[in-house]
Write a protein that binds this ligand. Structure first.
Ligand SMILES: NC(=O)C1=CN([C@@H]2O[C@H](COP(=O)(O)OP(=O)(O)OC[C@H]3O[C@@H](n4cnc5c(N)ncnc54)[C@H](OP(=O)(O)O)[C@@H]3O)[C@@H](O)[C@H]2O)C=CC1
Ligand SMILES: O=C(CO)COP(=O)(O)O
Length: 328
């Protein structure tokens, strides 16, 4: 009988499947839980996930389940890879089947819209006996599933847990650095999605690469201000889960958040576009900034553009007309 580590992945979308794939290729025994029967059948029968990772051949040892108990049976680690706004609902189902002490690694990049909770807050409220962790950094699902190399951060509340999980979840192509700044890693991953919408909108509106670079740089200042208000360490935001992911998603049409913003910037319909986590996070990020007295005009502009209160061009005019001040 194999003694390879057993890992459960919750979520049969692009990122859940990609993480399950790289971990299976690395020799782990991975069980993926999904709610969609067609996804489960495709993974088990055809070793593919045509809805979320079209054209990608999955490892035949990767198995999918619709039964949570079966998926979590013997799991030494559970990865939560459903969208941020549905994480609470999924973890509530998990509560009855997860063994005490098994770490729960939160892979969604967002803030709960109704409450302002980070994913680790959600997990700690629902699963108080399971150490929370987060995996975040520059990592497009299609790249990771195709075994293209990248590096991410795995964060937990203490250095030992973070270091152990980073080793556990590293694969020959996914290099996991560790951090004990869980909040910093989570906030960076959530807010970069809002900025990716802004960057896409600027590109879509034809405002040029200079505007894109200026906006992302000033957006990064806001990201660090908001993150500091959560108690994040500044150096965390300079790392893979902050600056690293910002560089990726604010500069590539492969990002769904960037593509969402670009569609808005072009004035095209957004119906049917794939999940862009920044849409749900923009409004709550604006509220958090306002309540904490943080100057965050780009985050606020994205929320207003998504609310249809202003257009992309009006937002840019407003940003250019703001009183001049020091760059910090
Ligand atoms: N895609 C990427 O490159 C990356 C994504 N992420 C983050 O990972 C998270 C997930 O993204 P991603 O996988 O791409 O999203 P997808 O839209 O590709 O997939 C979402 C998955 O979650 C499932 N799901 C949604 N709600 C529920 C629920 N209530 N119960 C059970 N399953 C549910 C969906 O099921 P169904 O198919 O049945 O609707 C689907 O399988 C996001 O926070 C994203 O920011 C992070 C890094 C990279
Ligand atoms: O977070 C990601 C890559 O690190 C994926 O970004 P999108 O959700 O914008 O595609």
């Amino acid at each position: 009988m194999s003694t390879a580590p057993r890992i459960a992945v919750l979520g049969g979308g692009a990122w859940g499947t990609a993480l399950a794939q790289t971990l299976t290729v690395a020799g782990n025994r991975v069980r993926l839980w999904a709610r969609d029967v067609a996804t489960i059948d495709a993974i088990n029968r055809d070793h593919s996930n045509p809805r979320y990772l079209p054209g990608m051949a999955l490892h035949p040892d990767l198995t999918a389940f619709d039964d949570l108990s079966a998926a979590l049976d013997g799991a030494e680690c559970v990865l939560s890879v459903v969208p941020a706004q549905t994480t609470a609902a999924v973890l509530s189902q998990v509560r009855h089947v997860i063994a005490s002490g098994v770490p729960i690694v939160l892979c969604a990049k967002g803030i709960e819209a109704g409450t302002g909770r980070l994913m680790s807050d959600v997990a700690q409220a629902i699963l108080p006996s399971n150490p929370p962790a987060a995996l975040s950094g520059p990592s497009f699902a299609a790249d990771v599933a195709a075994s293209l190399p990248t590096a991410v951060t795995v964060a937990a509340l203490d250095t030992d847990t973070a270091a152990r999980l980073a080793v556990f979840l590293s694969t020959p192509t996914l290099r996991c650095y560790s951090s004990d700044d869980l909040v910093g890693v989570e906030v960076g991953g959530a807010l970069k999605n809002v900025l990716a919408i802004a960057a896409g909108a600027v590109v879509g509106a034809g405002l040029g690469a200079s505007a894109q670079a200026a906006l992302v740089t000033r957006g990064f200042v806001e990201l660090r201000r908001i993150a500091a208000s959560f108690g994040a360490r500044p150096e965390t935001l300079m790392g893979l889960s902050g600056l690293g992911d910002l560089m990726l998603t604010c500069g590539s049409g492969q990002s769904r958040n960037f593509a969402y913003g670009r569609t808005i910037g072009r004035g095209e319909p957004i119906d049917g576009l794939p999940l862009a986590e920044g849409v749900a996070t923009a409004g709550i990020a604006r509220r958090i900034a306002q309540e904490r007295g943080i100057d965050a005009p780009i985050t606020e502009s994205v929320a207003m553009i998504l609310d249809r209160t202003i257009t992309v061009r009006e937002a840019v005019s407003n940003l250019l007309a703001r009183p001049l001040k020091s760059e910090s």
